[in-house]
Design a binder for this molecule. Structure first.
Ligand code: CA
Length: 224
């Protein structure tokens, strides 16, 4: 599942965007000012940042410059009320990837989000493979030993994250953060439930399982 950071001080606009993105199966966090945005963008992993220009503490242009200076390469979609060429050029020069003028239709925002994510995804892999299993990241299909396995979006997201971290132990907390919103308030036990469901679908060979439990820590998929 893609994670998006929304940096916007107008709560109504921010929650409207978040709600709409959730309907498109994107998880989103909200930062209400430039400082919080900088902190989250630096410490969390996002696939995209949607940022307003007018923000308390640090404005969008300065924040974009600062993020690029700190080597945060996450694509940035800038929201602006100023529909002037100067404002657009200033935003793009600062390191933003695209901009959208307020007020905007939600369909247009989603189209831009998709285009930016695709552009970013192209530079990454389109499939992940381990031990006879292939995850197609574009079509979201999973093939194991020549057969298709049907997974729910959450199961797919967990499996994808484990595979992106092949040979590394992934903690339950990391999985929860990746699969749910940052502020999702739940026990990490929910991950165990999903892992069990995943195992019943992909780990039919119990002698040599794909997903290994590291007791008290998390899970690992090893490629040997
Ligand atoms: Ca604003």
């Amino acid at each position: 599942m893609m994670r998006i950071l929304i940096i916007e001080d107008e709560r109504k606009v921010a929650s409207f965007i978040k709600k709409g993105l959730a309907e498109e199966y994107y998880a989103a966090d909200i930062a209400c000012d430039g400082k919080e945005g900088l902190r989250l963008a630096e410490t969390e992993e996002y696939d995209l940042i949607i940022m307003d220009i007018m923000l308390p503490y640090i404005d969008g242009i300065s924040l974009t410059k600062e993020l690029r200076k700190r080597k945060v390469a996450t694509p940035i979609l800038m929201l602006t009320v100023k529909d002037s060429i100067e404002a657009r050029v200033e935003g793009l020069d600062a390191g933003a990837d695209d901009y959208l003028t307020k007020p905007f239709a939600f369909e247009e925002l989603v189209a831009r989000v998709r285009a930016l994510l695709r552009r970013n995804e192209k530079s990454k892999m389109s499939s992940l493979k381990v031990k006879g299993m292939t995850l197609d990241l574009l079509s979201h299909r999973v093939i194991k030993d020549g057969k298709e396995i049907i997974l729910t979006p959450k199961e797919f997201a967990i499996l994808e994250y484990l595979l992106r971290n092949t040979n590394k132990v992934v903690s339950r907390t990391k999985l929860v953060e990746h699969v749910y919103d940052y502020h999702f308030d739940t026990e990490t036990n929910i991950i165990d439930v999903y892992i069990n469901k995943l195992r019943s679908k992909i780990d039919t060979d119990t002698e040599n399982p794909l997903i290994n439990t590291i007791r008290g820590v998390g899970y690992i998929i090893k490629d040997d």
